[in-house]
Design a binder for this molecule. Sequence first.
Ligand SMILES: [Cu+2]
Length: 450
Amino acid sequence: MSSRRTFMQALIAAGATLAGASRLLGQDPPRGTGGRRVAPANASHRLEDAMPARVVTPDVKDLPFTIDNGVKVFTLTAEPVKRKIAPWKTIDCWGFNGSCPGPTIQMNQGDRVRIVVENRLPESTAIHWHGLEIPYAMDGMPYLSQKPIPPGGRLAYEFTVHQNGTFFYHSHSAMQQMMGMLGLFILHPPLPHAPAVDHDFGIVLQEWAVLPNNPVPNTANMEWNWLTFNGASSPMTTPLIVRLGGRVRIRFVNIGMDHHPIHFHGNTFVVTGTEAGRQPETTWGPANTVLVGVAQARDIEFVAKNPGEWMLHCHMPHHNMNSMSDLLGDRMMMTSDTTDERTLSQMQTLANRVGFEHVHHAPIAANANQTPGFPQDAFMDMGMDEAVAKPENNGLPRNWSAMMMGMMTLVRVLPPDLYEQVMNDVRNGYTAPLPPAGGHSHHHHDRGVQ
Ligand SMILES: [Cu+2]
């Protein structure tokens, strides 16, 4: 096992020698987005190259299927779900097969599918296949295209998919949607779109109003205090692990009350798909922020030419925060009329309650409390590396989690050796010990390689 220090040094060194790393990969240094990827000269997986990459949905499982007489059969069980969205926050939401968002359904263009929806909710439901061109009877509209599925009831939806792209399924009842009833529905083309991607990820955007002392989201609320990627608020979100030089696709879907401008650090991407599937290459303009509106899907693609721990997050300021009402017990957060002492004691109370190490915030001025408005981000700056430790986080610098909040995750672009190391850790379920604090418990604003 190599030490974390070695790991980080190697990562930083790799940043200084991109050309070398690219040669190692057998690739020309990427020339920017939209460029053709040069296949590695030593590729030993030609067969897999011919198949579209499976989509990985961090923190969400795929829905398994069986085959009945050539028909792919999925069972989707609508039911109440307990979802841990932060180390100290578990909510009572609704989802499918024990998951919120529901498990990802993946199938191939041209497939005949039967999706058996079982209703274990206390009220009726129906499931809509968002964006699919399928017979009206399969559209999932209560009273229009079908009778609602009663509690304890089941209904088989069966159709042939002729499209490919990023779609989703959801209850067509507005409040059930806001309780979490949606999931990704990925339709793969027979051959990969060119240029083919090496990594393919899916992210479901959700917002929640979880008011103090009540784990049940308030679906009638108009303001949101918890924002999630795939049912987790950062730093609970699991990073996207990417090999340096690889081409990456990330698919976002949104069904909620807010639109989300998703911003990616340090990399330029192109939008290659919408909720209606692949977009012609002539429409691919460079960007680093993509607005994922309500009911929309957006696919972005880029070549991961820059090593680093790159943030990917919604840029609405309140969407990259976690609820502070937990700090204050049953009161809503307010930043006025408080002090650093009060803030620290509130953080300490929360840290004690949920059992994670409280790390002090970044440095503040000696007379900070004399400045009207203080504290702002000093109020939120709270590391919890240990509480969210997992193999995908191995090698991140100490206190990396301090300002990771809300709709946010990391895209870890790792040189080949480090990529293999982390992926090995993921396969083996090995969580590395945290790096030493380095005796600077009040000054950890050093956050990674960028
Ligand atoms: Cu947002």
